[in-house]
Design a protein around this ligand. Structure first.
Ligand SMILES: C[S@@+](CC[C@H](N)C(=O)[O-])C[C@H]1O[C@@H](n2cnc3c(N)ncnc32)[C@H](O)[C@@H]1O
Length: 236
């Protein structure tokens, strides 16, 4: 396993302008940690979806509904990490574009999935036009948001999805309390992560203009420390 370092980041990907007004100390900690985690993720998670039927089922429902809505095929993979979902989304007929806070995640995503577009961006200021996407995927990427950022983040997701389009999210489900993530992989990184309340997530989606289509969850499996939650909603 090769480990990445911030110093390896290609210069053109680095730039405060990409982050808008959000680069505070917590965000910088999160970005730096995920720069270090990028090769670990690429190594460990590349084929994880093959072994996770519940995750494929939820993503598959999102893909089916999004294509049936006939709003085009453009979808955002928001907090895309190393881009492992792109081949799955594309195989169904969707055209995903990934964005991520971490330049190193984006470098690895471009390397491992050269047929797709990836950009460094913060999900609180998405690089998509208003109502330009048939859907957005937020796969384990909303659980780092502090409570004070969540309304604005859901509003931003709502802004970019066409009426009738879909949002799907997976997250660590729990008591809403903040925890320190990253420690278990022993790479010297840590950051804030929230085990999110499914009720709160659903309420925030509804407040942002979405209507619930599916919600669900499953208990922790293997090394997972928490149950997992899933929500799929349609833009009103
Ligand atoms: C657990 S990883 C999941 C990656 C990918 N969705 C997957 O399932 O493999 C979470 C990702 O969210 C990204 N992320 C966290 N906060 C973000 C933000 N505010 N804007 C954009 N990306 C963010 C992290 O950099 C990280 O790559």
């Amino acid at each position: 396993m090769r480990l990445a370092a911030c110093a390896d980041v290609d210069p053109p990907l680095v730039g405060k302008a990409n982050y808008g007004p959000f680069m505070d100390a917590k965000t910088e900690e999160l970005r730096a940690a995920h720069d270090v985690l990028a090769e670990f993720y690429a190594d460990r998670l590349a084929d994880a979806l093959d072994h996770m039927p519940a995750e494929r089922a939820v993503l598959g429902l999102f893909c089916d509904l999004t294509l049936a809505a006939d709003l085009g095929t453009s979808v955002g993979d928001v907090g895309c990490g190393t881009g492992r979902l792109e081949p799955y989304l594309a195989a169904t007929g969707l055209s995903p574009r990934g964005i991520d806070l971490s330049p190193e995640m984006i470098r690895v995503a471009r390397r491992d999935h050269p047929d797709f577009d990836f950009d460094v961006a913060d999900l609180r200021e998405l690089p998509f036009e208003d109502a330009s996407l048939a859907g957005v995927v937020c796969w384990y990427s909303l659980m780092y948001l502090a409570p004070s950022d969540r309304s604005a983040a859901f509003s931003e997701l709502s802004r970019v999805v066409k009426p009738g389009g879909y949002l799907v999210t997976a997250f660590k489900a729990g008591d809403s309390q903040v925890r320190r993530g990253g420690r278990s992989v022993n790479l010297g990184v840590e950051f804030d992560v929230y085990w999110l309340s499914p009720d709160e997530m659903e309420r925030r989606m509804i407040d942002a203009g979405f209507a619930t289509v599916f919600w669900g969850g499953r208990p922790a499996e293997g090394q997972e420390g928490s149950a997992q939650g899933y929500l799929l909603a349609q833009r009103s």
